[in-house]
Design a protein around this ligand. Sequence first.
Ligand SMILES: Cc1ncc(COP(=O)(O)O)c(C=O)c1O
Length: 442
Amino acid sequence: MRGTQSINHLGHLTIGGVDTTWLAQSFGTPLYVYDVALMKQNVNLMKQAFEEFPVQWQIAYASKAFSSVAMYQLVDQLGLALDVVSGGELYTAIQAGLDPKHIHFHGNNKSEQELSFALDQGIGTIIVDNDFELDMLSELTVARQQSVDVLFRITPGVEAHTHEYITTGQEDSKFGFNVNDQTIENAVRLAQSHSLMNLKGLHWHIGSQIFESMGFVTAIKNMFGHIKAWRDRLGFTPEILNVGGGFGIQYTKEDDPIPLDTHIREIVQQIQQASEQLKMPVPEVWVEPGRALVGEAGTTLYTAGAKKHVPGIRTYLSVDGGMTDNLRPALYQSKYEAMNASKADIKADQTVSLAGKCCESGDMLIWDACLPETLPGDLIAVFCTGAYGYSMANNYNRLPRPAVVFVENGDAQLVVRRETYADLVRHDLDYTLSLSGVGNKS
Ligand SMILES: Cc1ncc(COP(=O)(O)O)c(C=O)c1O
């Protein structure tokens, strides 16, 4: 059980003090349910760890993990900054009423229109990813006579995943300036001589679902080697170091990530120590967690439907959602755990494989889940779906995207409406080519 999850006297799973069977009846299924108290707890854990150090810091929520107006408003209330990676995420943040100064704009292929939109809004920071973008931004700032703060995204030569990290030297990645490449030095020189682009510092992101801090620490050590060289050669000292996100969470019992506050302490200590060695002021430390703030706080509720027993092989139990609301199992073979939320007090002693309802054999949510005897109509809760669930949701097979509710202290609030069939055809237009005869437009 995570966060505020509990089992009530009816044997139903509750989240945020709300009975999940009531949520399903009131809002329908599939349904994403977010435990607001758990999101707040995650944020506080990180904040308290930062507060132990005499450093300037910032937590920016990586909103690709779950983006919606209400989520952005919660992030703002909690005093976090926001990381967006597209004009659409930025637009959502503006609609949510966020101060653009608290927003960072990421992305490896920002369009001129997106950069202009960001400048129109008075964006806080642009994380410049490559020299193509740098030139475009340079021209835009000059044409508009508008200044902007920038960080340069670097591929730091370290790639981390779960317990493993690899030092790759020249990293093969579509993101960022290569750390060993001349283009980064040229970019620093350009920014230094530019009157409107304020180069504030550097950004890197070494991966996702990272369980240990060794990868973060190694990246910092590597980067300080380069920071020394750039200081000596170019006179550039970063005021801000943004070490990205990627802090791992516990999807299943097999996952054992270190706590969020431990990550923060190890990152800050390493940056302090490396700065002291170079006798440079300790830069502001920025982090960009997505999954770690919202992943475990999200649960998806499904209604059980068809059951198929393949003798001697397995039992399939289909639910009313699947790869349309949770793409991760099909995309990355990600593992999840589930519970029969309407029989949460009954011993789970049967093995069934939870299938989605899409026309793909690969649309399996969980292979070999452990549930009690489950009948059609029972409520299934799949845990830990708060990150990259709704944000990767899609309309494959023309399934409407589910609703999202926030729960806290016994209250539930709908924060994203369920799509309707009418929504599915909202942007479709009639076929009319045949009415105008055989056209020759060449
Ligand atoms: C630049 C950057 N920052 C932050 C994140 C958030 O990662 P996570 O959700 O694993 O914390 C990502 C994820 O892809 C990213 O690319």
